[in-house]
Ligand binder design. Structure first.
Ligand code: UD1
Length: 417
């Protein structure tokens, strides 16, 4: 298995270009199942999760006409299979995004339950109850969700918890349902707003995106999708923190500053200089920085997907930082690894108390999930000596060309088999 080796201690300098958002492209790819024709998606990062979703769509009968230079052409005319097998869903939970579209398109779905994952139980109960409220019959058997319905019907549904893929799943199902669907306590993430906008361009009637309440008037059919994916806000935030943690000076190009505003404000509060230049951000970490507290929340709160990376930064801050994770119940796996590098982190339940230390030292590290892996890379960049990170397939799931991008900024990073 691949490992990443990092010789830490250097300062990152230069410019990095952000790729298309993984979490935006996955629901859009699932949404192509709602159409029967040639869909075109531009700005697609060729990361492992995208390849997994493509494999799944091909299994379902869609045909990949081409995937070159970030442009996917996907023909969904022949979609006829309704099974998302365990092998695919277990490697990528977002495979569950095909559940709503399959019920809307074929009236049937068999989707594996994702099972537990490193960052918590992450059930699909809210997706399932919502689809039942739309008239689908759902049963769970042998680890699979079996769904069937003649015609999905509009409904009024309240999400007990804000769920990103849950909102996307029900929005896609409602787009082709009969009548009006109202989704309350809906997710407001940019990826959800984008999905609504793209579906509307394809002929859907969705209002309220970006607010707690989505109102969807079902339509009989949609035109194929044609869109360009916006820059990845989690990749943006990861490089912002990379600049700060290495006391570097980095221009982060092709990003949407508004999408990372909570992080920008927290970095500034800590003493890091962040300049917003419209479509780029300039981060300078020359001055010493202080510990600040964060609480993760659904958008527009501080993203849980940036919590691990921010914790890595706080290990080197002056003073203490309290990190409160409210979105997932078990998302501090990186803390133990950071402590092995000399950090001082105490975890109790949903709270981590980080006491800044003067220096981290390189170590042999193990990645546990996608964003935890990124936090280890960041810590290793700042540490003295060499670090080796194993299980880097987690990084490949969501970061395009991470070693190349960091190398260009001056990092000493390479991959071994
Ligand atoms: C999405 C993102 C992921 C991010 C997360 C939170 C994608 C592909 N993934 O994941 O990167 O970390 O949002 O911003 O976009 N929950 C339930 N029942 C459900 C559904 C969710 O209890 O049916 C709970 C989860 O266990 C979790 C919380 O709701 O505690 C939020 O999860 P959710 O927003 O659904 O995360 P994902 O959509 O899987």
């Amino acid at each position: 298995m691949d490992k990443i080796v990092i010789e830490g201690g250097g300062r990152l300098e230069g410019a990095v270009v952000i790729s298309g958002a993984k979490n935006a492209v996955l629901p859009i790819m699932a949404a192509t199942l709602l159409t029967a024709g040639q869909n075109e998606i531009d700005g697609v990062p060729r990361v492992r999760d995208v390849i997994t979703m493509l494999r799944l769509l091909n299994d379902l009968g869609a045909r990949t006409e081409s995937f070159e230079r970030g442009h996917i052409v996907l023909d969904t005319s022949g979609v006829n299979n309704y099974e998302a097998p365990y092998e695919l869903v277990s490697t990528m939970r977002a495979s569950c995004l095909v559940l709503g579209p399959l019920l809307a398109r074929l009236g049937r779905a068999k989707v594996s339950l994702p099972g537990g994952c490193a960052i918590g139980a992450r059930p699909l109960d809210l997706h399932i109850r919502g689809l039942e409220a739309m008239g689908a019959e759902i049963r769970l058997e042998q680890g699979y969700i079996y769904g069937s319905v003649k015609q999905l019907k509009g409904t009024r549904y309240y999400f007990d918890t804000v769920t990103v893929t849950g909102t996307a799943n029900l929005m896609m199902a409602a787009a082709l349902a009969e009548g009006e669907t109202v989704l309350e306590n809906a997710a407001k993430e940019p990826e959800v707003v984008f999905l609504a906008d793209v579906l509307n361009q394809a002929g859907a009637k969705i209002e309220g995106q970006g607010t707690d309440t989505l109102v969807i008037q079902g339509v009989p059919s949609l035109k194929p999708i044609d869109c360009r994916i916006f820059p990845d806000r989690i990749e943006t935030g990861t490089y912002m923190i990379a600049a700060a943690i290495t006391r570097g000076d980095v221009e982060i190009q092709n990003c949407v500053p508004l999408h990372v505003e909570p992080l920008t404000l927290k970095l500034r509060q800590a003493g890091i200089i962040v300049d917003n230049n419209g479509t780029s951000l300039h981060v300078n970490g020359d001055s010493p920085f202080e510990g600040v507290n964060i609480t993760t929340q659904p958008y527009p709160g501080f993203a849980t997907d940036l919590q691990a990376q921010f914790m890595a930064l706080m290990t080197l801050a002056k003073g203490q930082s309290i990190i409160f994770e409210t979105v997932f119940e078990n998302r501090f796996m990186h803390a133990a690894e950071l402590n092995r590098m000399g950090a001082d982190i105490t975890v109790q339940g949903h709270t981590a108390v980080v006491s800044g230390v003067g220096q981290l030292s390189g170590a042999q590290l193990m990645a546990t999930d996608l964003r935890a892996s990124a936090s280890l890379v960041l810590a290793a960049l700042a540490a003295t000596g060499e670090s080796t990170i194993s299980r880097v397939y987690h990084i490949d799931r969501g970061y395009l060309d991470m070693e190349e991008k960091l190398s260009r900024l001056g990092a000493k990073i390479f991959r071994t088999k």
